[in-house]
Design a protein around this ligand. Structure first.
Ligand code: SF4
Length: 151
């Protein structure tokens, strides 16, 4: 008797459960499809965004390169600044530090801070620039183009 009563109850319980399962599965499937679609769109957007990011990164790098190229490897304030003797720096006409054997240390008492081409520190970071050599220059640096400033 009890078994007979249980059996229908189980069926009755199972049916709605199955039905709910089916509905849930359907809902889950729809949600999965929606999420997949959304994820795909997000992925596409991410690709496009990533591409954009990559482009931005490339652009930023290019800009930095152009920036350093256009300023000769120094902050903008030094780009066309004048040196101790009044020589104006031309970012498009500079020797590389390698070409002039630039070093961060003085040589035989000669150093950038006493060279006619030295451009003094303008931003308080302790380094300056040079009117004829690319890149930042340490006041205690030296290169073969050194010419004593007699001003
Ligand atoms: S020693 Fe060379 S790098 Fe230094 S300021 Fe003179 S020319 Fe420029």
């Amino acid at each position: 008797m009890e078994d007979d009563e249980r059996t229908p109850r189980r069926d009755a319980t199972d049916r709605p459960t199955r039905s709910r399962d089916t509905r849930d599965t359907g809902r889950t499937r729809r949600r999965f499809i929606w999420l997949t679609g959304t994820a795909a769109m997000a992925g596409l957007a991410g690709c496009s965004g990533g591409g954009g990011g990559a482009t931005e990164t490339t652009t930023a790098t290019a800009t930095t390169t152009q920036s350093s190229g256009s300023t000769g490897g120094v902050p903008e304030a030094y780009a066309t600044a004048t040196s101790l003797d009044g020589t104006q720096r031309n970012p498009d006409s500079l020797s590389s530090q390698e070409a002039v054997s630039y070093q961060d240390e003085p040589k035989d008492g000669k150093q950038c801070s006493t060279c006619r081409y030295y451009i003094e520190d303008k931003n308080g970071d302790g380094v300056g620039a040079c009117a004829i050599v690319a890149g930042e220059v340490d006041p205690e640096g030296y290169c073969v183009s050194y010419v004593e400033y007699e001003g």
